[in-house]
Structure formats: structure tokens, C-alpha cells
Design a protein around this ligand. Structure first.
Ligand code: SF4
Ligand code: SF4
Length: 338
């Protein structure tokens, strides 16, 4: 496993890390197994979030006795000092540790990042926690290039996390700037929110960029750990065939696709937006008509219930035309004959 310095934190991290979001699907024993396999493979970086429901707590259980083998990162959507103070303490308790290596401000927009830095903002308590030894370093995660650009100029930002994968390379110039400014760059959404099925290609594509410090695919099974660690351990450049496959994925997905981040939720009338797009995507890309239709039919609220209030579109970090996309998804799914 290759290791890199995580920017100005000075921490030596494996170039492959664990994205802790899908741990929500498994239990503490399963999490422990994954951690043991990661340890054997030399992976030492774990990312989770206050927002990933039970993920922090499962990691806390799983890390008992092996906490010191990992560099632990989490993040919070708190923007004010009081909220962040509470969240840091909850994270420490959930993770059953007295020290978190990296604490990140989770996906702020530009105005929220200003709030974080204003008097009474979350940054005050992050600095205090750093001083007190509760956290080691401070980072920012972002989905918008504008926030990425803003974070690059902030002296307290030691790491930046941003989506980077075969179909989302709009941050490449900023990722290069991270390297120049000695800011650790953490690549999130390596599989574009589950839209890229070839995990091995996805990991190899990201790690081929020397400016990426660490990529953090979500892993919830030992099979995924095996596939991703094998890919990360393969130092050979991408083959012609792999480049062709990557180009085909770009052509297929384009730019307007749902990353299943669920920031658009809740829908005013209860449509499960990301699930509708998942079913429509499987119908289009993998010809899984019966599978997609069956699952769509089980949805308590179908996409045609949309009242076009637009609330979801304001929350989507990718500015997707959700209303139009839902209409098309509904049409395609309803047209399936069983
Ligand atoms: S525009 Fe439609 S999908 Fe979006 S929140 Fe409103 S009702 Fe829900
Ligand atoms: S529609 Fe946008 S906000 Fe909602 S899950 Fe998809 S990418 Fe995320």
C-alpha cells in the first residue's frame, strides 16, 4: 500500500481509505471484520460523519483495541459554536476515543462557510478542541467548486474533500492547487454515488492522479475491501482498455445524473427522489426492466405526485433539474410492460 502525507497535517495516510457511509447497512461484527481486513491490507484511513446515522457508533465498537492503527476522520453539519461543541463531544463518545485525527466542516455552502468563520461560529470551537487535543486537524468537505475555491484560500483549512471520479473531474484544477498549497486532498464519491459499477477501475482512475492524497470508497463487505485494496496496490498505469471503459462510462452518464447523496430530501410530498433515479438508471443502463419496475411499484409515493414546488432543487448540490428528471423517470418506468 502506498502512503502519502495528508497535506500540512503531516499524517501519513494510505492512498486508499474507508468511506464509512455504507456501514449503516451492516452491524458491529461486520464492521469489525472490515476493519481487520483493512488493517491487514495496510489501510489506515477511515472517514465517517455525524450525519451517517449509526456509522460513527459502529466504528467505535469495531475499533475497540485497534483505534491506534487508524487515522480517524469525521465531520459535522454544525455551523455555530454551540452546535459544533455538541457534535464534537457526540463524535468522541460514538467513536469511543478521546482523540479524532481530523474533524471536518461537512458540505457548507458559501454563506454557511462564512457563518462557520464568523464570531460565534463553529470554527471557534474547532480551534479550541484542537488546542485541547480533542481533535488533531481541521478540514472542509464540499460539493460546489465555489466552496472548494474559497476553502483553498483559508489558512485554517488543512484538508479538502470533494467529489472526484471518472465522470466528475471538474475539480481537477483545484485538486492541483491543493498539492501546491500543501492541503491534503481527499477524493469522495469514487463510484459517483454508485453509478460506476467497476470498483477496480474507479479506484485505479482516481489514484492515477498524483495530486489525490487519499480516495475513500464506501465499503460494507470484505469482498469490496479485497477488490479496492487490490486495485490500490496495482501501480501500473491505466491500460488502453481501461481508458476506453472510462470513456464509455463518461459517454453513458453525461453530467446530469443523481449521485444519491440525498441532500434534496425530504420531498414535500414524500417522493423518494434518489430511489426513483436509481430505478430509472438501472432500467436505462443495465436493462433491468423487471427489477426496476417491481421496486418502483413498491414506492408509496410515485414521481407523478410531484407538485413542482422546487424545494428539492434548491438543496441539490449538483443543480439537477429534478422535476424534469422525475417526469422522465416516471414515464420510462411506467412504460415497462411486465
Ligand atoms: S419539486 Fe416535486 S420532488 Fe421536489 S420537493 Fe417539490 S414535490 Fe418533491
Ligand atoms: S437529486 Fe441531487 S441532492 Fe438528490 S440525491 Fe440526487 S444528486 Fe443528491
Amino acid at each position: 500500500m502506498e502512503y502519502r502525507e495528508l497535506g500540512k497535517t503531516g499524517l501519513m495516510v494510505s492512498r486508499l481509505g474507508l468511506g464509512g457511509l455504507p456501514l449503516q447497512r451492516i452491524d458491529a461484527a461486520g464492521t469489525r471484520k472490515i476493519l481487520e481486513r483493512l488493517m491487514e491490507a495496510g489501510v489506515n484511513y477511515i472517514d465517517t460523519a455525524r450525519a451517517y446515522t449509526v456509522s460513527e457508533a459502529l466504528l467505535g465498537e469495531g475499533l475497540l483495541g485497534i483505534r491506534d492503527k487508524f487515522i480517524l476522520a469525521t465531520k459535522s453539519m454544525a455551523r455555530t459554536k454551540a452546535e459544533m461543541e455538541k457534535d464534537i463531544d457526540i463524535s468522541l463518545k460514538n467513536l469511543k476515543t478521546d482523540y479524532i485525527d481530523l474533524y471536518q466542516v461537512h458540505n457548507p455552502n458559501e454563506a454557511q462557510l462564512e457563518t462557520v468563520m464568523a464570531p460565534g461560529g463553529a470554527l471557534e470551537v474547532l480551534m479550541e478542541a484542537k488546542e485541547a487535543g480533542k481533535i488533531g486537524h481541521i478540514g472542509v468537505t464540499a460539493h460546489s467548486p465555489k466552496v472548494f475555491e474559497m476553502a483553498l484560500s483559508l489558512p485554517w483549512v488543512e484538508t479538502i474533500m470533494f467529489p472526484y471520479n471518472i465522470v466528475e473531474n471538474q475539480g481537477e484544477e483545484y485538486i492541483r492547487a491543493c498539492q501546491e498549497k500543501n492541503i491534503g486532498f481527499i477524493a469522495m464519491k469514487p463510484m459517483a454515488g454508485g453509478n460506476i459499477e467497476d470498483g477496480s477501475l474507479a479506484v485505479r482512475y482516481i489514484l492515477a492522479n498524483p495530486n489525490v492524497t487519499v480516495a475513500i470508497p464506501g465499503m460494507a463487505s470484505v469482498e469490496e475491501v479485497a477488490e479496492n485494496t487490490a486495485a490500490a496496490n496495482d501501480p501500473s498505469p491505466l491500460t488502453g482498455e481501461e481508458k476506453e471503459k472510462a470513456a464509455a462510462i463518461v459517454k453513458e452518464l453525461g453530467t446530469q445524473f443523481c449521485r444519491r447523496c440525498n441532500y434534496c430530501a425530504p420531498c414535500t410530498v414524500g417522493i423518494n427522489i434518489s430511489s426513483v433515479f436509481l430505478f430509472a438508471g438501472y432500467l436505462r443502463r443495465y436493462d433491468l426492466a423487471g427489477w426496476s419496475k417491481d421496486r418502483y411499484d413498491l414506492q408509496p409515493v410515485k414521481a407523478d405526485a410531484c407538485i413542482e414546488c422546487g424545494a428539492c432543487e434548491k438543496r441539490c448540490p449538483y443543480q439537477l433539474p429534478i422535476r424534469e428528471m422525475l417526469k422522465k423517470a416516471h414515464r420510462d418506468l411506467e412504460a415497462v410492460k411486465k
